[in-house]
Write a protein that binds this ligand. Structure first.
Ligand SMILES: NC(=O)c1ccc[n+]([C@@H]2O[C@H](COP(=O)([O-])OP(=O)(O)OC[C@H]3O[C@@H](n4cnc5c(N)ncnc54)[C@H](O)[C@@H]3O)[C@@H](O)[C@H]2O)c1
Length: 430
């Protein structure tokens, strides 16, 4: 018996899931329906399913017909890949209807919505899984194994710097993410990956969070201060944007044209807004400190306008130090032939025992997005053999990773540290 899935949110990310179901896992999984607010994007998804995978066309349902979709198609699990601020709507509705959920990160965007999800899981006893693909990247998995096997003893501190470049990083300032109400800002939308990794690496959870964040690079006021004036609200078709390195042309990429340019007449969503325009309410420069239940302390930074993309992380422990440096390929959603966000280009993992000889830790290289994490995660979700036991992220992991970012957002506003347990009441683990 194949498991029946329905998919909500047919933008660029959903392809990873429908391609996996239609191609590699068609023996164990079946996609039975699509749901979105935009009919053009659903029609495009159906055309790809038919032309590239010989599947479908699938029945399409507008957002208001979500319940009817569940009834008519008997979907057992709902995959949520809509914009972040809508995740909780579908997660809770699916759980209440007796379905399980696989949701894209971030699980949701603020503490109230998070509490609603936690309560719905407790009430219904159904499952919510959050797709933290970075956990599955071989280099990130190797760090977890090094720490768990006691190679550096007890971990006292973590220093973690993530860089988004002026291609991928800039993209968040063109899209719906630029409005904090949609995404929770990069502290939630993006850093949920990073804070989940720290929870996963340390096997602990955040307790106290303090942060400072600001918009310093993108946005009109910053551009004007630097003597830059860009007289357009969007960049496709704007003659004045022709030589702007931050401009994109939605008609230049067949996928972006089909998903966004041709779909605008339905909802007015413009995917190519000027990154130096007005109306940006998210930060691009963020520094955060976190203390964990196990007394480890994290210093973390995220900058969204760096010349290269990737991260450096180091761990200091009672028995030594680990350093991981990863350079990633930059990429824009829907802009290229193959979705390769986060593909690793250069990986260096070092282990420095306290009194021993430093060594380079060999790391497998894996094909695909997020340093090979996407493919390993898909195998874990849809495959028959579970080769990554302990890697699946639950609603609790989803909550713990966003709560660091939600607490940081609060700290940005108040200038004060925030106690994570005051944000959301989670059932205690035994
Ligand atoms: N894990 C990862 O590495 C990764 C990578 C990219 C995106 N994502 C996540 O995937 C999700 C989608 O991102 P994307 O890049 O595909 O964005 P996108 O803008 O391409 O697609 C979003 C889709 O949601 C739809 N939508 C908007 N409001 C809706 C509503 N009320 N009901 C139903 N559908 C609605 C839009 O019409 C659109 O089709 C986000 O939550 C994002 O964080 C995760």
């Amino acid at each position: 018996m194949r498991k029946k899935y329905a998919l909500v949110g047919t933008g660029s990310r959903c392809r990873m899931f429908y391609e996996a179901i239609a191609k590699d896992y068609r023996d164990s999984a079946e996609l039975v329906a699509l749901c979105d607010t935009n009919q053009t994007r659903m029609a495009y998804t159906n055309s790809v399913l038919q032309e590239e995978f010989g599947a479908g066309p699938l029945p399409t349902y507008k957002a208001e017909d979500f319940h009817r979709m569940l009834e008519e198609t008997e979907a057992e699990t709902v995959i949520v890949t809509s914009i972040d601020r809508t995740h909780h709507i579908y997660i809770i509705a699916a759980l209440e209807a007796g379905r399980d959920v696989i949701t894209e990160k971030p699980m949701t965007t603020d503490a109230d919505k998070c509490q609603q999800i936690v309560d719905a899981v407790e009430r219904t006893g159904r499952s919510v899984r959050v797709t933290f693909n970075y956990r599955y990247s071989p280099h990130n998995a190797a760090v977890r194994e090094l720490i768990a096997s006691g190679e550096i003893g007890e971990v006292f501190s973590v220093h973690f710097e993530w860089l988004l470049d002026t291609k991928h990083g800039a993209d968040y300032f063109r899209r719906w993410h630029r409005d904090k109400r949609n995404s929770g800002g990069l502290m939630v939308h993006k850093s949920t990956h990073h804070f989940d990794l720290v929870n996963f690496w340390l096997g602990s959870q955040p307790e106290t969070v303090f942060g400072m964040g600001d918009l310093r690079f993108y946005g009109r006021a910053n551009a004007e201060e630097r003597g830059l004036f860009t007289p357009y609200t969007r960049t496709t078709g704007a003659a004045a944007a022709k030589d702007d390195p931050f401009a994109i042309d939605l008609t230049a990429s067949p996928v972006q044209k089909a998903l966004y340019w041709d779909a605008e007449h339905e909802d007015g969503y413009q995917r190519d807004q000027n990154v130096f325009g007005d109306g940006i309410s998210i930060e691009d420069t963020m520094q955060v400190m976190v203390r964990y239940r196990n007394r480890s302390v994290l210093t973390y930074s995220l900058n969204a306008y760096a010349p290269w993309e990737g991260f450096n992380v180091s761990f200091n422990g009672s028995g030594g130090r680990i350093e991981l440096m990863v350079r990633e390929t930059s990429y824009i959603n829907g802009g290229g032939d193959k979705e390769q966000e986060g593909a690793a280009e250069g990986i260096n993992l070092y282990h420095f025992p306290l009194h021993g000889t430093p060594r380079i830790v060999p790391v497998d290289t894996a094909e695909g997005g997020h340093g090979g994490g996407d493919n390993r995660m898909l195998a874990d979700i849809f495959g028959k053999v579970n080769s990554a036991a302990g890697y699946a992220a639950s609603y609790r992991d989803g909550a713990m990773s966003i709560l660091t970012g939600i607490a940081a957002n609060r700290s940005f506003q108040t200038g004060l540290p925030v106690e994570v347990e005051e944000l959301v009441k989670l059932p205690r683990t035994s």
